[in-house]
Design a protein around this ligand. Structure first.
Ligand SMILES: *Cc1c(COP(=O)(O)O)cnc(C)c1O
Length: 379
C-alpha cells in the first residue's frame, strides 16, 4: 500500500481553533471589557437561557467548573456524611472527588462494553447507605438511561448525571444531563463546548433543586442580597459566559463535524480485528453520540501508539492511564474491578476535534492500517 507522507497531528489544537474565530472572539471580549461586565451579568444570563432552551430544562446555572457543578449538585440533593454514591471507576477523578467533598463515600463500579457505567454491575453494590447513582456520560455518549433510571426507581435512589463530556448527546430522544435529579457540564477548553479557562454548568427540572443551586452558587444570597442559607462562591465568570454564548451559536456544526470524523474512523478501521471501536455515528437507534472523544481498544495498543507517535500522530490514554480505583492513595485498595482493569490495558484515544482536516483523519487511518499490515503478531 501507499505510505502517506508524514504530518504532525497533535491530540488537540487550541491555537487553530482560536485563529478560526479570532475576530468574533476579540470583538466579544472588547464588548464585555468595555462594559465592565464581569460577575453575574447579562452575558451569563443569556448563555444560561440558551442552555435551558437547548436542553429543554427549567433551570441552568453557570458555575466555576465541572467539578464544582458536581459538588453543588450533590450538596443540593442532600448528599452528605454516611451516604454512598455509586459511580463508574472509568471516569475523571472529579466524579469521585465530588462525592468525597460533599461528605459522602464514592462506591466504584465496572464499565460495560460501551465504556460507561455497567447497569448490570450496580445492584449488588447497593447497601442501606446507598443514596445516589452517578452515571457518567462519557466520550459524548449517553448511558442506557432506561436501565439506570429503572434501578434508581426500584431502590429509591437519586440520579446525578456527570455529563461533563456529553453536551448535546442523546438517549431515546432526550439529552444527557436531563434524566436525573440534576446534570452537570464542563466547559474546560478541550470539552465539546470549551471556554478559555474553567467553566461549568448544572441543570435541573426540579424546583427545589433549582432554588438550592441558585443560592449555593452565590454565597447563599437571594435576589435581594439576603443570605438565606450557607453558600459558596461558585460563579461562572461573565467573560467566559460571553465566549460560551458566542461559541454556542455554531455548536451544532461542531458536533456535526465530530460525527463526520467518527464516521471516517469507523469506515476505515472497523475491519481491523485487533481493534474494538466505539459505535459509529449512524448505527445506534437509541443513541445520538457527539464524540467528545474517540476512545477505542486495541490488543496491540502500546506498539500501535508508539508506531503512531513515530509518525507524528499523538494519542492519549484517558485520565493519564488510570481508573479511579487504580490510584494508590485514595483508599480503594480492596476494590476489585477486573473488567475495568482489563479495559485500561487496551484503551486509548485518537485525536477528535474540529481542527482536524479530512487529510489528517485519512493520514491517521492509513497509518493505523499500515501498522496492522506490517506488524508481525505472534500472540
Ligand atoms: C472534565 C470532566 C469533569 C470536570 O470538569 P472540570 O470543568 O475540569 O472541573 C468531570 N467529569 C468528567 C467525566 C470530565 O470529563
Amino acid at each position: 500500500m501507499r505510505v502517506a507522507k508524514k504530518r504532525e497531528v497533535p491530540f488537540f489544537d487550541y491555537p487553530v481553533l482560536f485563529e478560526r474565530q479570532k475576530k468574533e472572539i476579540m470583538a466579544c471580549l472588547e464588548d464585555v471589557l468595555g462594559r465592565g461586565a464581569y460577575i453575574l451579568q447579562k452575558d451569563l444570563e443569556e448563555f444560561e437561557d440558551n442552555l435551558k432552551s437547548y436542553l429543554g430544562v427549567k433551570y441552568a446555572y453557570g458555575v466555576a467548573d465541572g467539578t464544582n457543578a458536581l459538588i453543588l449538585a450533590l450538596r443540593a440533593a442532600g448528599i452528605g456524611p454516611g451516604d454512598e454514591v455509586i459511580l463508574p471507576s472509568h471516569t475523571y477523578i472529579a466524579t469521585a472527588a465530588s462525592v468525597h467533598y460533599a461528605g459522602g463515600t464514592p462506591v466504584l463500579a465496572e464499565c460495560g462494553p460501551d465504556h460507561m457505567l455497567d447497569a448490570g454491575d450496580i445492584e449488588h453494590r447497593i447497601t442501606e447507605k446507598t443514596r445516589a447513582l452517578m452515571p457518567v456520560q462519557l466520550n459524548g455518549r449517553t448511558c442506557d438511561m432506561d436501565a439506570i433510571m429503572g434501578i434508581a426507581d426500584r431502590h429509591g435512589l437519586i440520579v446525578i448525571e456527570d455529563a461533563a463530556q456529553a453536551l448535546g448527546s442523546q438517549f431515546d430522544g432526550q439529552y444527557a444531563g436531563t434524566f436525573g435529579k440534576a446534570g452537570t457540564f464542563s466547559f474546560y477548553p478541550a470539552k465539546l463546548l470549551g471556554c478559555f479557562g474553567d467553566g461549568g454548568a448544572v441543570v435541573t427540572n426540579d424546583d427545589d433543586m433549582g432554588r438550592r443551586l441558585f443560592l449555593l452558587r452565590d454565597h447563599g444570597r437571594d435576589e435581594n442580597g439576603e443570605v438565606v442559607t450557607w453558600g459558596t462562591n461558585c460563579r461562572l465568570d461573565n467573560m467566559q459566559a460571553a465566549i460560551l454564548h458566542l461559541k454556542f451559536k455554531t455548536f451544532d456544526q461542531e458536533v456535526q463535524r465530530r460525527r463526520e470524523i467518527a464516521g471516517m474512523y469507523h469506515a476505515a478501521l472497523s475491519d481491523i480485528e485487533d481493534l474494538t471501536l466505539p459505535p459509529g455515528p449512524e448505527t445506534e437507534g437509541d443513541h445520538i453520540d457527539v464524540y467528545q472523544n474517540y476512545e477505542l481498544e486495541a490488543g496491540q495498543r502500546d506498539a500501535l501508539r508508539e508506531f503512531l507517535q513515530d509518525r507524528g500522530i499523538r494519542t492519549i490514554i484517558q485520565w493519564a492511564g488510570k481508573a479511579v480505583h487504580q490510584f494508590k492513595n485514595l483508599g480503594f485498595d480492596h476494590v476489585s474491578l477486573p473488567v475495568t482493569d482489563r479495559f485500561f490495558e487496551r484503551c486509548f484515544m485518537l485525536p477528535m476535534h474540529t481542527a482536524l482536516s479530512d487529510e489528517d483523519v485519512e493520514y491517521i487511518c492509513s497509518t493505523i492500517q499500515e501498522f496492522y499490515l506490517s506488524a508481525d503478531f505472534t500472540d
